[in-house]
Design a protein around this ligand. Structure first.
Ligand code: IVH
Length: 672
């Protein structure tokens, strides 16, 4: 027994030591021991943990690379949604933002507002959830409301602490940050990939995003990823009054904060910061695409609130876009999922902002006419951050006379059907709903990761399946036979069997994914979620009229009309019928109700539980009919006390409430 205690202490001490060195190395960039000494500590810990598995802990530094490859990522809902930013493209826009803010706050125009200027890192936004200081979840941004659960991958990033440091550990903290890759690590990675014949990443952001979304955490662990944290989601502490204080708190908790961040007294200082970094950004060693400007006072932030997707108290200043000149060789027309025809310029390849570009969108017919862009023209193209490269203008002085005006054909380039342009719209559409281009796009969307997530069906497979006439709509997927798949290029028995299995598995996806997968115009994954929750079956939803849809949260008239119209189409009815016959789940399953053994019992949770997060424990109690309260009162029936219980424990003792440990709790819920 005493021996056990000693080993446990030794293990804890080693972990503490390694955490400290991780912090010095990855957060402060000031290592105090050599790599060799560090490795020795780690080896010692690994050995001890192997010998005494009973002391294993999920947040041990040895557990950064754990877990087997995943089959796919689970969904992770964010407690507080991750907002995006509205943009400023000039200093005038920044001034206008400042004016707007003052007007909304009722402040005189000459009063200074304090802003925090932060570099806008071009990486991948993520959300980390810490419960009682332990990292319990890491997720991608997704659509802002729900992302992918990539905890095991994020744990491999050393600059993300598995445990927070210091005394002021919050009970629950959501931390937002940007995962990114340094230019030098990006180049190193691509060099290696070139050697081994793997496709190269186009830019550091794609490399970072691709690495975080790897199914095998061991691969993520090999990629050199970094993070800067810059905002909180769910977090309450009345003592913090400014954004700068929040960042200070992050630092004290051992989270990595960008050292270039500055407090600015007014917009003049903000503009100076932006101007400075427009010049300096290349030297930062990572991709920066602008500056995020945030009001420092949290009280003012709260007062301003947010519009649908972005807060009113912050703005993203984008550095002037990168431009280049090249020549248009050809203009082609692409057909999208909704039949929209988009003209695309095929150009001589040219480098812009670090990537090689050979296609740029020309948006639509009117744009081409307005800018008078012709085939053969030398043109200026622009690429800024996320935006698809586009043609800014033709350099008319360089025309030779051989340039040709582009004439939009009256027929769809893919199926030859008539195209139409409804009055008042800029988009020309193919009128044939069974146009192969539309079908391909529809099926690509249906099988994509965020939708029905059918692994093994990618662009190449969809292309061939549609070309060969094997599928005409998404429901046909569920009627494919092995011999059909075997007619595709590079398809063997094993792969075909895997694909069929993936198709079969996708029948069980949530209703909200299915609704999203149908590709109804204007219905993204968040709206699909709202629709699924409110209608609980595709049948009910398909009968809904715009008027009632419109009354749901977050659904406007355009979306409502679009949903109603979608289900009125004969084609949609057929597809749904076929899905049903194939056995695809079309409703929200009523969960088998667990025996309601805790009805009438109120629980309060305190301290750290070993096997459950608080969220999980609460879910279990509620699932069994019990209630969970955050504060202790006479009405409390049980206190579940984990390790290091807080004041609730003392209060419960005073009130003489039954206190149970994790072991008894497990018995109560029949888990042991
Ligand atoms: S704050 C409510 N700060 O930019 C505040 N975002 O367009 C929202 N980003 O999705 C985010 N650096 O991926 C913030 N210092 C920074 C940032 C930053 C990069 C990204 C982030 C976000 C996007 C917003």
């Amino acid at each position: 027994m005493a021996e056990n205690k000693k080993t446990r202490k030794e293990i804890e001490k080693l972990r503490e030591e390694i955490r400290y060195h991780d912090y010095k190395y990855y957060i402060e960039n000031q290592p105090v021991i050599s790599d060799k000494e560090y490795d020795a500590l780690m080896q010692k810990l690994i050995k001890l943990e192997e010998k005494h598995p009973q002391f294993m802990a999920p947040d041990s530094p040895t557990q950064r690379v754990g877990g087997a490859p995943a089959e796919g990522f689970g969904e992770a809902k964010h407690i507080v949604p991750l907002l995006s930013l509205s943009n400023a493209f000039s200093f005038d826009d920044l001034e206008a933002f400042d004016k707007r803010v003052k007007r909304m706050l009722g402040l005189p125009p000459d009063r200074d507002i304090e802003y925090v200027s932060e570099l806008k890192i071009d990486g991948l936004a993520i959300n980390l959830t810490y419960e009682n200081g332990r990292l319990v979840k890491g997720a991608t941004r997704g659509d802002g409301f729900r992302g992918e659960n990539v905890t095991n991958n994020l744990k491999t990033i050393h600059a993300i602490p598995l445990r927070l440091r210091g005394e002021k550990i919050p009970r629950l903290l959501e931390v937002r940050g940007e995962v990114y890759m340094l230019h030098k690590d990006f180049q190193g990675l691509n060099k290696e990939r070139e050697k081994s014949g793997e496709p190269l990443f186009a830019n550091p952001r794609n490399a970072a995003a691709g690495s975080v979304r790897q199914l095998d955490p061991k691969i993520t662990a090999k990629r050199k990823l970094n993070i800067f944290t810059y905002a909180s989601g769910e977090y309450r502490d009345g003592r913090i009054e400014t954004h700068i204080e929040l960042l200070e708190l992050f630092k004290s908790l051992g989270l990595k904060v960008n050292p270039t961040t500055r407090l600015c007294k007014n917009t003049r200082e903000v503009i100076k910061f932006c101007r400075n970094w427009t010049e300096k950004k290349k030297g930062s060693g990572y991709d920066v695409d602008g500056v995020v400007v945030k009001i420092n006072s949290l009280r003012l932030q709260e007062k301003l609130g947010a519009v649908t997707k972005s807060p009113r108290w912050a703005i993203g200043y984008k550095f002037p876009a990168e431009q280049a000149t090249t020549r248009i060789k050809e203009i082609i027309v692409q057909v999208g999922r909704t039949g929209a025809l988009t003209p695309v310029a095929i150009m001589e390849p040219v480098g812009v902002g670090g990537v090689t570009v050979s296609r740029a969108t020309l948006h639509n017919e009117d744009e081409i006419k307005k800018k008078d862009i012709r085939v053969g023209d030398r043109v200026i193209i622009q690429r800024a951050g996320d935006v698809i490269p586009y043609v800014v203008s033709a350099i008319k002085e360089e025309r030779t006379g051989r340039e040709k005006k582009f004439i939009f054909s009256k027929k769809c380039p893919v199926c030859g059907a008539d195209v139409s342009r409804p009055p008042g719209e800029v988009v020309i559409r193919c009128t044939n709903i069974s146009c192969p281009a539309q079908i391909k796009e529809t099926i690509r969307h249906f099988t994509s990761r965020g939708a029905m997530d059918v692994e093994g069906i990618g662009d190449a497979q969809v292309e061939q399946l549609v070309e060969k006439g094997l599928i005409r709509d998404p429901a046909d997927l569920y009627y494919l036979k092995k011999e059909n798949l075997l007619t595709l290029e590079r398809m063997g028995n094993k792969l075909a069997a895997n694909i069929l299995e993936a198709i079969e598995k996708s029948k069980e996806r949530d209703l909200s994914r299915l609704i999203y997968a149908l590709g109804i115009r204007h219905v993204g994954s968040h709206i699909a979620d709202v629709l699924a929750k409110n209608y609980s079956s595709l049948d009910k939803l398909s009968k809904a009229r715009a008027g009632e849809l419109f009354s749901l949260p977050g659904i406007g008239p355009i979306v409502a009309k679009s949903v109603e119209l979608f289900f009125k189409q004969e084609g949609a009815k057929k597809v749904i019928d076929k899905l049903r016959r194939a056995g695809v789940k079309l409703e929200i399953e009523k969960k088998k109700e667990a025996p309601q053994i805790l009805v009438g019992k109120t629980f309060v949770l305190t301290g750290i539980l070993e096997e459950f997060s608080r969220e999980e424990a609460s879910e279990i109690i509620k699932g069994l009919g019990g209630r969970v309260s955050i504060s202790v009162s006479k009405k409390t029936d049980y206190i579940v006390a984990g390790k290091e219980p807080g004041s609730k424990y003392t209060r419960a003792k005073e009130l003489g409430i039954k206190i149970i440990k994790e072991k008894e709790f497990k018995k109560l819920i029949k888990r042991s």
